[in-house]
Each structure stands twice: as C-alpha cells, then as structure tokens.
Ligand binder design. Structure first.
Ligand code: GLP
Length: 255
C-alpha cells in the first residue's frame, strides 16, 4: 500500500482530486467509485474547480456510489443520492444517467443489489474507487465482522456508526438502521483504490487498516491484499502510523 501523509486536509484533497483527474483525462470513459461522508467533500470541491477552471470533462464518466441508507428517498437531504447531486454531480458536466447510487427504496432489495453488481460488470468494472473510513474501520457500510468476500447487500448499521452519522440528522432516532452497501469483495475488484482519512478521530482506524493485522474486525485492513491502494491522510489522521512514508506518491499515473 502506498501511504502518503499530508499536512492538511486541503493538500490531501488536492492530491486525491489530481489522481482522479489524471484518470479522467487519460480515459474519458472511466468508471469511478464514489464515497459519501464529510471526508471526500474537499476532493469533490477540487474536482468541481478543475471542471470549471481547467475544463476537466466528465461527459463520458460513469460513477458508482458505495452505499445508500434503506428507506431514504433521493429527495431526502440525508440520502446519499441527494448528497452526491449536491456535492458533485450538479456542478460538473456528468450525465445523471451515468451516475449510479444503490436504491435504498427498492421493493426487492436483494434483486436491486444483484442488479447493481451486474451494472458494475456491464460497465467494465470500477477503475478507481474512492473510500473514506469509519472510526470503527468500516469501509462503505461494511461494519466490523463483515465477510471480507461480501458482495452488495443490506447491512445493519452499528450503533457507533449511527451515532457518528447522527450529526447529520436531527436526532439519532432518525438515522436509518439499515443500508445497502457494496461488499468488501465488490470494492476489492476495483482496479485502484484511494482511501482518504482526516482528523484525529480516524488515526486509530487508519493505523489498524494500514499497519494492523488483516481482520474482518477492521474491514479496511483487507486493502493490504489489494495491489494498488493509495492511502492519503492529513497529519492528524496519520499521527498513529509508525512507518516512514513519503509525502508524495511514486506516480500520479493510474493504470
Ligand atoms: C459513512 C459512510 C462511509 C464513510 C464513513 C466516514 O458511514 N458509509 O462511506 O467513509 O462513514 O464518514 P466521514 O467521512 O463523514 O467521517
């Protein structure tokens, strides 16, 4: 795993956006896996800036989001579809029909999950997957204990995750109890992964993910088995890492 510890959130976000932009320029029809949460917002802001100021063209790009709450319609301001429209899609020239977010309102959720996997396959798989990390080491909504081979499915959210995410809702009671999420096996099939973490509250999870044992109790640790992962943190989230890591990536070129 390539680990890069930046001084600030802005530098972390700029580097992640630069890596994604490099791919979009080289492969205009690329497939990008996207994450929600506060962590990637800076990366999305930078991609929007590149679109507006540097003509970064998303007209042929296809995106697949990691997860969605069960029971929240796309019009709900805490649904991940709403989040993506608001934080990225509405501000770039991507075609909305090329943006996929799991359907948390589907009548037949297992069928919708199977279809989601099929759509990813039809588009040739994910070229680069952006990830955040939960304070408990989760990726997407794959909570500790998730099968490391899991596919897109429904997961019950941990109380810790509901508590973390309750800051976006009026109260914890309004945080959904279930989510549809890409599985860890699904995420591991992306050709390249960029995992981002900022703030001190992520330092322990990042140390466990990058330098700890590979265990389902820290789902992000499975990324150690992926051949092309770049972990980018700010100084606070990188504070518990013991290794000696460079401040720049070996290369910005995505394969
Ligand atoms: C959420 C999302 C994850 C995200 C994580 C961290 O529950 N399902 O994809 O990485 O929690 O969120 P944040 O970036 O707001 O800390």
């Amino acid at each position: 795993m390539e680990v890069i510890v930046k001084e600030t959130y802005e530098e972390m976000s700029r580097l992640a956006a630069q890596m994604v932009a490099e791919l979009v320029r080289k492969k205009p029809r690329c497939v990008i896996g996207l994450a929600t949460g506060s962590t990637p917002v800076g990366t999305y802001k930078e991609l929007i800036r590149m679109h507006k100021e540097e003509d970064l063209d998303f007209s042929q790009v296809v995106t697949f989001n990691l997860d969605e709450y069960v029971g929240l319609p796309p019009t709900h301001d805490q649904s991940y579809r709403y989040f993506m429209n608001d934080n990225l899609f509405n501000h770039i020239n991507i075609r909305k029909e090329n943006t996929y977010v799991p359907d948390g309102m589907a009548r037949d959720i297992p069928a919708a999950c199977a279809l989601y996997e099929e759509r990813i396959r039809e588009h040739g798989g994910v070229d680069v997957q952006i990830l955040g990390i939960g304070g408990n080491g989760h990726i997407a909504f794959n909570e500790p204990g998730s099968s490391l081979a899991s596919r897109t499915r429904v997961k019950t959210l941990d109380e810790a995750t509901r508590k973390d995410n309750s800051r976006f809702f009026d109260s914890i009671d309004q945080v959904p109890k279930y989510a549809v999420t890409m599985g860890i096996g699904t995420i591991m099939e992306a050709r390249q992964v960029i995992i981002l973490a900022n703030k001190e509250s992520k330092a322990a999870a990042m140390a466990a993910a990058v330098e700890g044992p590979i265990t389902a109790m820290c789902p992000a640790s499975v990324l150690q088995m992926h051949p092309t992962v770049t972990a980018i943190t700010d100084k606070a989230a990188g504070a518990k890492l013991k290794g000696d890591y460079p401040a720049e990536p070996h290369t910005l070129v995505l394969k």
